[in-house]
Design a binder for this molecule. Sequence first.
Ligand code: FAD
Length: 394
Amino acid sequence: RRDSSTMEESNCITNQKTVVAVVGGGLVGSLNACFFAKRGFHVEVFESRGDIRCAKKVKGRSINLALSHRGRQALKHVGIEEKIVSKGIPMHARMIHSLSGKQTPIPYGKKGQYILSIDRANLNKELLTVAEAYPNTKLNFDHKLQDWSPETGQMTFIRADGAKDQIEADLIVGCDGAFSAVRKQFLRRSRFNYSQTYIPDGYMELTMPPVNGEFAMEPNYLHIWPRNAFMMISLPNLDKTFTCTLFMPFENFEKITTGDEVIEFFQEYFPDATPLIGVDALKRDFFCLPAQAMVSVKCSPYHIGDKCVLMGDAAHAVVPFYGQGMNAGFEDCIVFDEIMNEFSEDLGAVLPEYSRVRVPDDQAIADLAMYNYIEMRAHVNSKWFLFRKHVDNF
Ligand code: FAD
């Protein structure tokens, strides 16, 4: 139901059954739109950015990410697992790079088990296209949620030209990421628990180009350079580059101020990776973008009445060291879908049950991610770690 103060036409969407507004057309929002569309609801996705499928450069939280079992299960539910998996690169093991350049593989599980390196922008584009193919789904780009009312379900969006749209929905699904605008209304309510923690580290992405048209390192691994106080990891891309991500305390990033200091630092701690990334590229790219912050958000409950529910990073942003933020967000969609079946789509019963079931599991992932932050940089060096095998995490 739409009321636009400046729009000439008024698009009426009242002749459908339940109207679901998914706020945020990122990874979780676009997948979630498919789950709701499959049920026959009228789905409207509202995304603050323009359509990334038309953009030359897509801004995001990382260039690539690891898709694992729980994420794949959710994709399977809406019939797009194979489409996405076919564009991923299997990583069967971690490859630990010691200071001397020695490489030691640590398998993720049994033979044949692996996680997949996936291009984030491409995954998001594919999911938007799949969502859009449902006749009962509409994607609204350049719609940034400004505010909404838990009483009426009315939302106010600001469009790219500054015009405002007032839209009502029966159910609002907040998939608008770690700094969720939907969540702001929750913060005004009694008995809503909320905490956020920034870790002292930032991250920076650097590209390792191909060598003679081939990957510069073994492609079917997640490469890790654990250096105790900091670490670098590297995931392969389809264009035969690797995206290297340096995780390090902000205070260390701030100490490196010249190109020569970058090279000195890399040659001391990542001597094998330095020539592969390239001295000139390192000197240039290290200063292209500042290191990015990482936040962990926990909250509960995830719903307000039968009107609104939070999913993905909006409900549980986690630090990236367990490789499970998106995967857990995808799993949110399956769990919600299962509860919808169990309670015959009665939103008044589904939403509280979703919070009851999902909050403890998502908070466990947040804790594991925080723990793996220490384990990956330090313990990954230790014999104890070498004996452990996790199939689903970094
Ligand atoms: P987002 O991806 O943040 O999407 C939110 C969307 O909402 C965006 O499109 C945004 O434009 C839109 N939006 C925001 N505000 C508004 C508004 N007011 N109105 C309308 N739209 C709005 N996870 C993994 O599973 N595996 C990994 O390997 C992995 N690696 C990572 C590496 C790094 C460096 C980082 C930082 C994260 C990583 N993650 C990984 C976590 C993963 O990126 C997130 O969990 C995932 O992006 C969450 O998806 P989301 O859709 O909930 O939120």
